[in-house]
Ligand binder design. Structure first.
Ligand code: SF4
Ligand code: SF4
Length: 406
């Protein structure tokens, strides 16, 4: 038995089978099925590690039913690191059973290549903006599963954020700091206005913003067990920012931020600069938000990858409170997972939507006009859930409101 297997079994042995995780797991709340909760998953993985259970597609499907939200870990009395164990189980499963063809190709050949990803994004933007999407939906020509997945396609920007920005953007006055901006795929291809707002606000805080070539952070590969693609992206990103000599790196996506802060170092990559989530960075900066044109009621959703992976809860709220015209109205259980979790939305759409509906219900109870958050994946999920609930509330990144006030 390898040292790694022994270590994993020791982590699993911490589980006292108390079942406390059952009361907080959003997936278990929907499925009420023991293998779906932390306790069940870690016992299954133990059987795999001990060799008493074989890898099968059914097993792989069970371990795919995890949002990696870490709500179970928060309540676990014995400190079982479920998310870490699920990731290890997925990596092992991906080695034993090949990943599905489309997923494997996207992870290995598109996310690892900016040119191909740009081309794919342009194709999708053209599909949406040319009217072809409307025609496809009207005629219903797509087969079963693809019909549903197509409806989940978010609006893709006509041009990627990075293609329209210079590599170095100086602040209007004295430069206080030189910071790198890791845009992530979502601000680069979908929420490009947010990306521009990040630059605007960093410039206003006296930062020179450096945006070198970069790839996806690699998280979609890591959570799918495709470790070699994750390592390739992590190494390329680190080398790219290291070459710029930035004093710090700023990230506007909770998931990308977790990758940089935790998964890159865990994979053996030392970083020569500190990494900050944008809200964490700005809360320490000399920033002077202004006034919004009209008074708005804002509620804040804590993304799992900020609250439980980076311990960031106060900073976004502090920033929102500094904006004249913002009335902050807390929702109940703001730190409960919205059900997004990247590709989980695509793979397990019905469960993801059911969890999203619970989030939209607590949001609607606040009477907020605007939902602020710090994760584009949560943003997309909450936008969809609110739309389906017939709400006209708008979902933004915290930095959008700051930029709007300035
Ligand atoms: S809460 Fe922790 S110790 Fe209890 S069953 Fe769940 S994983 Fe095991
Ligand atoms: S990480 Fe979240 S989804 Fe996964 S088992 Fe724990 S509570 Fe459930």
């Amino acid at each position: 038995m390898s040292a790694n297997t022994t270590n994993l079994l020791q982590l699993i042995a911490r589980c006292g089978r108390c079942g406390k995780c059952r009361s907080v797991c959003p997936v278990f709340a929907e499925l009420s099925n023991e293998p779906m909760v932390a306790r069940g998953k870690v016992q299954l993985y133990k059987a795999i590690l001990n060799g008493t259970l074989e890898h099968t597609e059914h097993y792989r499907r069970i371990i795919s039913y995890c949002l990696l939200c870490r709500q179970c870990e928060e309540y676990c009395p014995n400190g079982v690191p479920t998310a870490r164990l699920v990731l290890a189980a997925r990596e092992q499963a991906a080695k034993k059973l090949s990943l599905p063809f489309v997923k494997k190709n996207v992870l290995q050949h598109f996310l690892t290549n900016e040119g191909r990803l740009n081309l794919a994004a342009r194709g999708l933007a053209l599909y949406q903006q040319s009217g072809l999407q409307g025609l496809v939906r009207k005629t219903g020509i797509l087969p079963g599963i693809w019909k549903e997945k197509e409806t989940l396609l978010p609006p893709i920007a006509a041009a990627p954020l990075r293609s329209g920005l210079p590599g170095i953007i100086a602040p209007p006055g004295r430069t206080r700091m030189r910071v790198g901006y890791f845009t992530g795929c979502m601000s680069n291809y979908i929420y490009t206005e947010t990306g521009k707002n990040v630059v605007k606000v960093l410039n206003a805080a006296g930062c020179e913003v450096v945006i070198p070539d970069q790839l996806c952070c690699g998280m979609p590969a890591l959570v799918s067990g495709e470790h070699s693609s994750f390592m390739y992206m992590a190494q390329r990103n680190r080398a790219s920012f290291q070459a710029t000599g930035v004093e710090a790196l700023v990230v506007d996506c909770a998931t990308c931020g977790s990758a940089w802060k935790q998964d890159y170092p865990a994979a053996g990559l030392d970083l020569p600069f500190p990494v900050y989530d944008i809200s964490e960075f700005l809360a320490r900066a000399d920033l002077h938000p202004g006034r919004l044109e009209t008074q708005v009621r804002v509620t804040y959703h804590d993304p799992c990858h900020l609250v439980r992976y980076q311990d960031i809860t106060k900073q976004p709220r502090e920033l929102l409170r500094t904006i004249d015209g913002v009335e902050l109205a807390e929702m109940n259980n703001a730190n409960q997972c919205c059900g997004a979790s990247g590709s989980f939305q695509l793979e397990h759409h019905a469960i993801s939507s059911a969890i999203g509906r619970k989030k939209s219900t607590v949001i609607l109870a606040t009477g907020a006009d605007i939902v602020a958050t710090g994760c584009p994946s949560c943003r997309m999920q909450i936008e969809r859930s609110l739309r389906e609930a017939g709400s006209s509330a708008v979902v933004v990144h915290t930095v959008d409101l700051l930029a709007m006030s300035m």
